[in-house]
Design a protein around this ligand. Sequence first.
Ligand code: NAI
Length: 482
Amino acid sequence: MLDDLLKKIEVFSSLTDSALKEVKAQMKPLNLKADDILCREGEQGLSMYLVESGELSVIKYGKDNAQVEIARLRPGEVAGIMSIIGNETRSATMRAAGAVSLWEIGRDDFQKLLDRNPGIARSMLNVVSRYLREEIEVVAQLRTRDVDSRLKIALFDSKQYTEETFKEKNGDRYAFRYYESRLNLDTVALAEGFKAVCAFVNDTIDEPVVRKLAFLGIEKIAMRCAGYNNIDLKTCKELGISVSNVPAYSPYAVAEHAAALMLGLNRKIHRAHTRVREGNFSLQGLVGFDMHGKTVGVVGAGKIGQCLIDIMVGFGCDVLVYDARPKPYDNPKIRNVSLDELFSSADIISLHAPLFPETHHIVNAQSIARMKTGVMIVNTSRGALVDAHALIDGLVSGKVGSAGLDVYEEEKEYFFEDTSDNVMKDETLARLTTMNNVIVTGHMAFLTREALLNIADVTLSNIGEYEQGKRGYELTNGLWPK
Ligand code: NAI
């Protein structure tokens, strides 16, 4: 009987009869009943076993010490082979799954057999290499089970504050990878292996990038900003990519920043601050004006524009509004007017319309020519609403009294990055940043803690809705919340 068993076992199957006889001479019978432990993981392994009948359960300790049955050894299979030829400690616990009959061979006896019979050693090598292959497969299966099943999202143009707020709001819900690089044709390959990308204002998501994203299997682009002028929605729609934005993360943040620029420019806070730091307390050249009673023109009275209107009314200003879709106002201090009237009557002009072909360079040489001399122009919307060269000409001639710019048409090269080690090559931006009646901030109007948390919240809920097949702030299928 043992002869038949040995011939079925790979290690011994190719042995001559005399070699088999030698093996047999070293083997002792062993019988187990159900649940008997043959050996324990981690203990010294001084024997190898051949299963003659019954089954042995091979058990490992998994997470939190939970016992996991990783295999069953059946008649004709060998147990403990690794521990008698290599590491002496048992790699698993073996428990009888019922009545089991085994043959046992001791480590020392087996090693002597190997010395005497190179045929056994060759067979051993075969068996060991097969075991290794099987183990690799088991590891792969376990890893597959372990692989994160959460939706994977590549977040581009990440900053420390982005990562912090997304981590705070996301918890363990989605598997985010934060890339500092902006999304563009050079970096789009980083989206491989993800289902969604999360992008921001200065990412370039034009047709080639969208096509590459679709090729990589991206199904969702979650913009974490209000504007979407930097994304080719048409191609996204054509390729079935869902795109959402965050229409209102904090209109107050942006409107309050616009108001801050107005007050800063008017009361020359930037100049006063640097003077005082130098010990210069002279007030010469710092004369401002009362906001009260001035006329403020608001171009684009959406969420942000409306907040600014409220703030300006609070200051006692008269507000002229130009919007493509005007709303009625009860307050006599607020009036819908034509763009022409707004430009020619306002002391301060604040831009809050999105960047569309109709709003591109809405502030240009012709419109500036129609404005009041000394007008203040504030842009916290998108840089391309203003023709910067015409603005500089206006500032130099005195037609424009001051300008507050949170955005700039060619901002991509500079904004959001520390470029202080380099010489500024953009002469227009360099000119603007050195004029004492101009305040430039680097697209930071949105940057309040509340806004950042809202951005993360709405972006995550947009992604959640996409996952559930619902569509919230969806730009590619036109389903917007009421
Ligand atoms: P919104 O969509 O609520 O309002 C835009 C308003 O502009 C609407 O009332 C719309 O009817 C009007 N409009 C559209 N076309 C127009 C045109 N041709 N002329 C005049 N008005 C027009 O948008 P929201 O939230 O008020 O944002 C406005 C803009 O502010 C965004 O498009 C974005 O570019 C910019 N923004 C800038 C931020 C910053 O940090 N600097 C942050 C967030 C937004």
